[in-house]
Design a protein around this ligand. Structure first.
Ligand code: FPP
Length: 233
């Protein structure tokens, strides 16, 4: 996909990515188990995905599980994987009905075989959608770049263009806006290459509290930014 103009409501942004952070703190503040924070995090995902089509956003990319998240305690990793299974089961039909096209980025084929199977089925069933939901699973930006560079080298020259053509995101629009919730100000190995010219926004809202209004506010803020891509006016 080339550079487009987006829509009035997105102020020209076509691709927004979010680091969904703060589920644990959301639960802790309420004296609840972390698992409940993650569950409420899934509800925030669902609310946002429902808003993507009416907003006419071309692509929303969500960081659901990083390649470093395996370091978390086993029961928390299990909780996150089970939430993934449940989410696909419960929401796939709605994705299809709402023209959401699922994409997965990261090393997702090495997840549990049943999840891989469910994802393959979901990719197939949503392949005709018009708005893309890209989910980063077992994703790390550095390893994505290393994999892409290896493939580029196998085909000949390594240049920014040949690497970019091999990234997991090669069929997604250029990244316009990257949001991280919960007040942390770092990229945590997410979309390192793609963030080169993206606008960044760090908001204090904890992920389970994030609503489509917050996304709209971020897009309104994006509209005020002047993007120069290294040039000057
Ligand atoms: C960060 O919260 C969030 C994650 C590690 C995973 C994000 C996952 C979800 C929102 C649920 C699963 C998603 C789908 C699409 C089914 P944290 O635990 O790091 O919070 P903390 O920093 O407050 O401890």
């Amino acid at each position: 996909m080339g550079e487009g103009s987006g829509t009035d409501q997105t102020h020209g942004a076509r691709h927004v990515a979010i680091i969904m952070d703060g589920n644990g703190r959301w639960a802790k503040k309420r004296g609840l188990p972390r698992a409940i924070g993650h569950q409420r995090g899934v509800e925030a995902v669902r609310r946002l995905v429902r808003a993507v089509e009416p907003m006419k956003l071309d692509c929303l990319t969500l960081y659901a599980f990083s390649s470093e998240n395996w370091k978390r305690p086993e029961d928390e990793v299990d909780d996150l994987m089970n939430l993934m299974r449940k989410f696909i089961k419960s929401d796939l039909a709605e994705f299809v009905a709402n023209n959401v096209k699922l994409r997965i980025i990261g090393d997702w084929q090495s997840l549990a075989p049943d999840i891989v199977g469910m994802l393959e089925d979901a990719l197939e069933q949503t392949s005709h959608g018009t708005q893309t939901l890209a989910v980063a699973l077992n994703y790390g930006g550095q390893s994505e770049i290393a994999r892409a560079a290896t493939k580029a080298a196998e085909r000949g020259q390594i240049t920014p263009e040949t690497i970019e053509a091999q990234l997991d995101t090669n069929d997604l629009p250029p990244l316009d806006l990257l949001i991280r919730t919960s007040g942390e100000v770092r990229l945590s190995n997410f979309l390192l290459w793609q963030a080169a010219y993206a606008e960044m926004m760090f908001v204090d809202t904890l992920w389970p509290d994030f609503k489509p209004e917050h996304l709209q506010a971020a897009l309104d803020d994006f509209a005020q930014r002047e993007r120069r891509y290294g040039g000057r006016k």
